[in-house]
Write a protein that binds this ligand. Structure first.
Ligand SMILES: [Zn+2]
Length: 432
């Protein structure tokens, strides 16, 4: 189930996207109060935007704008809205997204081709280990995608290893949809309860929320920890509510494939210019075919690298490498630039570390400070210095490391209303 356009030449894919872009601009010009205002303010005649290169004439949209003018992004009357979802905003209040009936169909199509990209077929059964409610888009997308693909789906929800294993043994799912670190909890539970991982029947896991790979696509420590104990294939996915679109790895596992019928992807530098090939930049997206709240040149805040060489799976579409980090979480530390995921990799190397949280702050001389709070059953100065040495060797930084009670860290990780664990607390005062 590879859409034809994904096997077309890059020239044909570009032309195809340009036609879709023209449709989108007409639609926004007619229906989007926010973009009508932008076109007017910047004297943009949408009829003069004909190529992907012309996109550069249109200003980008930021998360702050989306939050501040949230209602102005809505392109349909309220009675057309079926599903309401929210995403955490950067300025505090959550941002609302509204999906129409057509948007839900588009979401189903997106997830179906994304599952298919990762090798899931109508003969598979998937076990959903994320929440489907709580105004969360992804859980619903997985359900709709499985239905569209014709695959079975068991909606167990997040957590509860006992119920997860009960379902695995009862319904024999072939794929799991899960946060990778939760797979470790499942492995631990299986070991404690004499469940044989080898006969579980699970072939693979569609992973969300945490990175699985290093920039060269080798498995990171977390993923290695999983696959060394449980012989399943792990597939990375990258998606967001704003994009209404997923980038899933194919069986070659060389980055998440772009679906040209659903989204335009640009990788931009600080000045909103395209970065040179093989450089890291901020993923900036334009949604195609979205009716409720389409976005034009939306800056996702995620730093990524695009890979354009041909993929062995037969798709000619661009692939996104693992997210290097959040642009806002970029840390300037004594002449080095780094992002929290690189620190996650270091900390995951230590089995003694039960949980942790990374705190970033700025000191009175204007540089960034890193403090990592860890919980461990075996606290010792030796452990602290081993972790510090590992940081110095791998990242050339030596953050402050403190040992805290597990409960204290878990409280920081799961603030009320949060749907995902918080791994980084950024206390820096921003001057932008
Ligand atoms: Zn591929």
């Amino acid at each position: 189930m590879i859409p034809k356009i994904e096997q077309a030449s890059s020239q044909d894919i570009k032309r195809f996207q340009e036609e879709k872009l023209k449709d989108l601009l007409q639609y926004l010009n007619k229906n989007s109060p926010y973009y009508q205002g932008i076109f007017k303010k910047h004297h943009i005649d949408v009829n003069t935007i004909n190529s992907l290169e012309d996109l550069a004439k249109i200003p980008t949209t930021t998360k702050d704008q989306l939050q501040q003018y949230n209602n102005d992004f809505l392109c349909v009357e309220k009675n057309k809205i079926i599903d309401y979802v929210t995403t955490s905003g950067t300025l505090g209040d959550p941002v609302t997204f509204a999906l129409t009936d057509n948007d839900l169909n588009r979401l189903a199509y997106n997830e179906a081709i994304s599952f298919a990209c990762s090798g899931v077929t109508e003969n598979d059964v998937m076990q959903l280990m994320t929440t489907i409610d709580r105004r969360f888009m992804a859980g619903l997308a997985y359900f709709l995608g499985a239905r569209k693909l014709g695959a079975g789906i068991i909606r167990v929800g997040a957590g509860i290893p006992e119920l997860q294993w009960d379902s695995i043994l009862k319904f024999k799912p072939t794929y799991l949809i899960a946060v990778p670190s939760f797979l470790l909890k499942l492995i631990e539970y299986a070991k404690q309860h004499d469940i044989d991982l080898k006969t579980s029947g699970v072939k693979g896991a569609i992973c969300i929320g945490e990175p699985l790979r290093n920039q060269d696509f080798s498995l990171n420590t977390l993923a290695e920890k999983i696959t060394s104990q449980w012989n399943i294939k792990l597939f990375s996915t990258y998606a967001s509510t704003e994009m209404n679109t997923a980038f899933n790895e194919c069986e070659k596992q060389q980055g998440g494939h772009h679906h040209p019928e659903l989204i335009i992807a640009e990788i931009l530098d600080e000045n909103d210019q395209a970065v040179p090939a093989n450089h890291v930049g901020e993923l900036t997206i334009t949604t195609l075919g979205v009716e409720g709240m389409p976005l034009l040149r939306f800056k996702t805040g995620d730093m990524v690298q695009a890979h354009t060489e041909a993929c062995g799976c037969g798709r000619n579409t661009m692939r996104l490498g693992p997210v290097v980090g959040r642009k806002k979480q970029m840390i300037k530390y004594k002449g080095t630039t780094l992002y929290p995921p690189a620190m996650d990799n270091i900390l995951n190397d230590f089995n003694e570390v039960e949980c942790y949280i990374i705190e970033i702050s700025n000191n009175n001389i204007g540089t960034d400070e890193i403090c990592i709070k860890i919980a461990t059953k075996t606290p010792s100065d030796k452990l602290l210095s081993r972790i510090k040495d590992h940081f110095r060797a791998k990242l050339r930084v030596s953050p402050k490391i403190e040992i805290h009670d597990k409960k204290v860290i878990q409280k920081l990780q799961f603030p009320i209303m949060s749907r995902k664990p918080v791994m980084v607390i950024d206390n820096r005062k921003t001057d932008s």
